[in-house]
Design a protein around this ligand. Structure first.
Ligand code: HEC
Ligand code: HEC
Length: 204
């Protein structure tokens, strides 16, 4: 028993050392890097988008990125720009891109309005019992790292992008998760959306 545990530990240490990526990874980061040239203008060479108009992808889980690209391609998640970008991608391209961005180092974000962020922290960590908003932390994690692959990392994302997505969920325009986030955002006020987005921008 003990021996086999040691054996398996040894094997996984070896595969970590050899490939420096988890052994369950489906995509190839090298192929993803080559494919990412067409994405760099908006999302940055390493997935750290230079502009708040575009979400950061660096450090996001590979499975979540692959799912979003699939949803953009099939029209399940509606966005004109990304529909065009995803149209020519194969399933393998999406997995490779996901792998590439997931291993990039995320540049730290920060909240620009401390007072608003403090208000957002209460909602993120405790929800709003009065209006039935669930605590974001329960799915996106106490430090916003998410729970891969289903629950995305949200820490350090541009507040403008986060609040835009929360509004799309609230208006039931983004519903590519069978309405899970729409059901949550529906109960949020626009002030709460602004506050929690500000908090998440500097959450680690
Ligand atoms: C012309 C600019 C542009 C280019 C080029 C572009 N994107 Fe995007 N991307 C966007 C915008 C804008 C959004 C936000 C869409 C929305 O609001 O739903 C986005 C969103 C995404 C998301 C969703 C992120 C999240 O957190 O849910 C992923 C994943 C993504 N892009 C990957 C890519 C990949 C991979 C490429 C290259 C094949 C690419 N993008 C090329 C503009 C671009
Ligand atoms: C029950 C679990 C759950 C809870 C609670 C939850 N979320 Fe989510 N959230 C999800 C899932 C699942 C997705 C991914 C949707 C998809 O696949 O496109 C998501 C996606 C998001 C996104 C989009 C991220 C991106 O990169 O585009 C934002 C922003 C977000 N959630 C914010 C919040 C906030 C703020 C709260 C608290 C008010 C919250 N979530 C509570 C499950 C949850």
């Amino acid at each position: 028993m003990r021996k086999s545990i040691l054996f398996f530990t040894g094997i996984s240490l070896i595969s970590w050392a050899l490939f420096a990526t988890p052994s369950f990874a489906a995509g190839s980061a090298k192929a993803g890097k080559a494919k990412s040239a067409q994405c760099a203008a908006c999302h940055g060479v390493d997935g750290n988008s230079p502009s708040p108009a575009f979400p950061k992808l660096a450090g996001q889980s590979a499975g979540y990125i692959t799912k979003q690209l699939t949803d953009f391609k099939t029209g399940r998640r509606v966005n004109g720009i990304m529909a065009g970008q995803a149209a020519g991608l194969s399933k393998a391209d999406m997995e490779n891109l996901g792998e590439y961005y997931s291993i990039q180092k995320h540049t730290k974000g920060a909240a620009s309005n401390a007072k608003l962020a403090k208000k957002g922290a209460r909602l993120y960590r405790g929800g709003n019992a009065k209006t039935g908003v669930s605590a974001c932390m329960s799915c996106h994690g106490p430090s916003g790292k998410g729970i891969p692959p289903k629950y995305p990392a949200v820490s350090g994302q541009y507040a403008a992008y986060t609040s835009a997505q929360l509004k799309l969920f609230k208006d039931n325009i983004r519903k590519n998760d069978d309405g899970l986030m729409a059901g949550i955002a529906f109960r949020m006020s626009l002030d709460e959306i602004q506050a929690v987005s500000e908090y998440m921008a500097g959450l680690y």
